[in-house]
Design a protein around this ligand. Structure first.
Ligand code: GLU
Length: 297
């Protein structure tokens, strides 16, 4: 009998600011989901948007994760080192006429709700974005937390940007190419990215690479069912009492944090959290409005 394929999960922060309780919750969820199925867990630094990044932040994020006992099973992959692979994917899509150069500005697209259906400007390859052409199909998938999802890209997204006119690669391209190259089979991340998933599955299909399973983790509430305040979410984890942050993140995943002990080392609590983790308890919460879509062109 062939053994079941190895689960490979990942946590993929952008080094645009310190990790906060929301990031820790997503990191912990992806770690526990992979490890509870005897899988591997990787960290990838998504540093493809220099104007939004802060120097030294990637190393700080890795230190923060290490402080909770969260270490990548393989060397950390930096997207800034991956330009050649992204260019090769773009070249293939352009050659197959699945992607095209586009010089349409936001203003020019405003008249059609910002949705690109066909070019309204003449493409100038010197200063053009590259977009992926979408079609009329409805993209469908089953999210591990939110259940059945569908989105018709042509109606709500339009042809989307893979390489920005300013020369930077778009999040949607880099995330799909890297998830495929790293053999990621299970994506667990914040629910703010639920609405990006149909685009990513469509791009996977256009590139002919496998689609991982998806599980989005909702915005969390405190034990009384109150929404956590923004400031609590934003609190820098290094300034926080680590045990409180860890047990809060674990509780937000629907788990019983009473199995954790304040006087234990982080690694011991992580091990204990894993032993007691039950994925069926992950809470289904409201889907947030996507705030500042990461694929902004
Ligand atoms: N880098 C993205 C972020 O920090 C997450 C990407 C992903 O998990 O797909 O929001």
């Amino acid at each position: 009998m062939t053994p079941p394929p190895l689960i490979r999960g990942r946590f993929a922060p952008s080094p645009t600011g310190p990790l906060h309780l929301g990031s820790l919750t997503a990191a912990l969820a992806s770690y526990l989901m992979a490890k509870s199925q005897h899988g591997q867990w990787l960290i990838r630094i998504e540093d493809i948007d220099p104007p939004r990044e802060i120097a030294g932040m990637a190393e700080k994020q890795l230190q923060t994760l290490a402080g909770f006992g969260l270490h990548s099973d393989e060397p950390v992959l930096y997207q800034s080192s991956r330009s050649r692979v992204y260019l090769a994917a773009l070249a293939k899509l352009l050659m197959e006429n699945k992607a095209f150069y586009c010089s349409c500005s936001r203003n020019q697209l405003a008249g059609q709700d910002g949705i690109h259906r066909q070019c309204v400007a003449t493409a100038d390859p010197e200063r053009a974005a590259i977009r992926l052409r979408v079609d009329d199909r409805s993209m469908e998938f089953t999210d591990g937390v939110y259940g059945r999802q569908h989105q018709k890209l042509a109606d709500v997204i339009g042809d989307f940007v893979l390489k920005r006119a300013d020369g930077y690669f778009a999040y949607q391209l880099a995330v799909v190419v890297d998830d495929a190259d790293q053999g990621i089979s299970q994506v667990v991340r914040g629910a703010d990215l639920l609405s990006s998933t149909p685009r990513q599955i469509f791009l996977q299909q256009q590139l002919g690479v496998p689609t991982p399973s998806y599980c989005h983790i909702g915005l969390v509430r405190d034990s009384d069912g109150r929404k956590l305040s923004k400031s609590q979410w934003a609190a820098d984890l290094d300034d926080e009492d680590r045990f409180t942050a860890f047990s809060t993140a674990y509780r937000h995943l629907g788990q019983d944090d009473r199995v954790l002990q304040r006087n234990w080392k982080a690694a011991a609590n992580l091990e204990r959290a894993l032993q007691h983790f039950d994925a069926s308890l992950l809470p289904v919460l409201t889907i947030p409005e996507p705030a500042g879509s990461p694929d902004a062109d």
